[in-house]
Design a protein around this ligand. Structure first.
Ligand code: UT7
Length: 335
């Protein structure tokens, strides 16, 4: 058995900043409500005139991660791409990255686990590396939410929360014991699938039906979130899965050097921080600047934390996420 280790991190966010006040041009909302309920001050939304897309942002983040790993694109032997907002219904973003980066015909896998997508992707990469199948895996989380949000008062409870961006890591084989990914823990509870979902267009509600019904009140092709229901489950599952990861490694919350929670809501992160008795310097949040970027949120935060030298060799870094599915998970790392 080998060990796997994150050897390079990178992120990319579009230049176009949308402040809370900017949202007023489309909907009845205000800065005070958004900041008080979510902590978000601004988010990035792709400028439709720009070249950016889910896969292109992923490529931009990936280039940085590969360079920081001290590798080239030709050293990568597998791609894992997590998103809920692919450029196309099919194929997914992984193959587009393979093409845009001019990589050899290596395998590319897409992960569809929404806010937990990056955690699931890291877990899959970890298994491939531990068994010796691959040496260097490119793991990307990227989202273009702005392309599919309802910009009206009707959609405001969802639209104000989400932002665009991408983060990437390179995971590499390591022979050093007890360094790298210590464990990953994944969960799901599909009975709540509709509480945070986008129903159609899909094979369950195809375009023909939507056109035939021509219902002005149809919102099935916009994301739906039962906010308070999701919030209540999130705080329970975050706590459980972090505890599960710590216990699996005989660690306690006092051993955590940095917790990077999925950036769903600053209030959720603050609840978790308090629950585990962590000081401010031990929890990394950037939702204030980017909103919720779903599968991209943890790798963007990881990359920023690394750039700000908040992660040092030997640190215990905990990643945790909860979201649509419901799915949730954690990763315990000794950096
Ligand atoms: O990343 C995946 C996981 N996601 C999460 O974990 C998100 C979990 N949920 C949440 O973060 C929160 O539930 C939200 C931030 C989404 C919403 O906050 P809330 O405190 O649960 O608000 P609410 O949905 O209960 O709405 C309260 C009020 C409503 O008005 P009334 O009915 O009380 O008059 C809404 O119409 O706030 C109103 N409202 C808004 N007002 C101004 C909803 N959205 C907005 C808005 N601006 N954007």
């Amino acid at each position: 058995m080998y060990n796997s280790k994150i050897t390079g991190v990178g992120h990319y966010v579009p230049e176009n900043i949308i402040t809370n006040n900017d949202l007023k041009q489309w909907m009845d909302t205000n800065d005070e409500w958004i900041q008080e309920r979510t902590g978000i001050k601004e988010r990035r939304w792709i400028d439709p005139q720009s070249e950016d897309s889910t896969s292109i942002m992923g490529v931009k983040a990936a280039k940085i991660a590969i360079e920081r790993a001290g590798l080239t694109k030709d050293d990568i032997d597998f791609i894992i791409f997590a998103t809920l907002s692919p450029d196309m219904y099919f194929p997914g973003g992984g193959v587009r990255v393979q093409d845009y980066l001019g990589m050899p015909t290596i395998g590319a896998l897409d992960i569809r686990n929404q806010c937990s997508g990056f955690i699931y992707a890291v877990s899959v990469a970890d298994q491939f590396i531990k068994t010796g199948m691959y040496k260097n895996i490119l793991v990307i989380g990227s989202e273009n939410h702005s392309g599919g949000l309802e910009r009206s008062t009707r959609g405001r409870n969802v639209t104000v929360i989400f932002g665009d961006g991408a983060g990437a890591v390179v995971m590499s084989r390591s022979s050093k014991k007890d360094i790298g990914i210590l464990s990953t823990h994944l969960h799901s509870e599909g009975k709540h699938a509709k509480e945070l979902s986008l129903i159609g267009p899909s094979t369950g509600r195809w375009v023909d039906t939507i056109i035939k019904e021509n219902d002005p009140n149809d919102v099935s092709y916009y994301p739906y979130m039962n906010g308070q229901f999701v919030f209540k489950h999130a705080i329970v599952r975050f706590s459980e899965v972090i505890t599960e990861g710590l216990q699996a490694n005989n660690l306690t919350s006092e051993d955590i050097d940095l917790l990077i929670p999925h950036q769903a809501n600053l209030r959720i992160a603050q609840f978790i921080q308090k629950k585990f008795g962590l000081s401010d310097d031990k929890v990394f949040n950037n939702i204030m600047k980017y909103g919720n970027t779903t599968a991209a949120s943890i790798p963007i935060a990881l990359s920023e934390a690394w750039e700000q030298r908040k992660i040092n060799d030997g640190d215990i870094v905990v990643l945790a996420a909860f979201g649509s599915g419901f799915t949730w998970g954690s990763v315990i790392i000794k950096w």
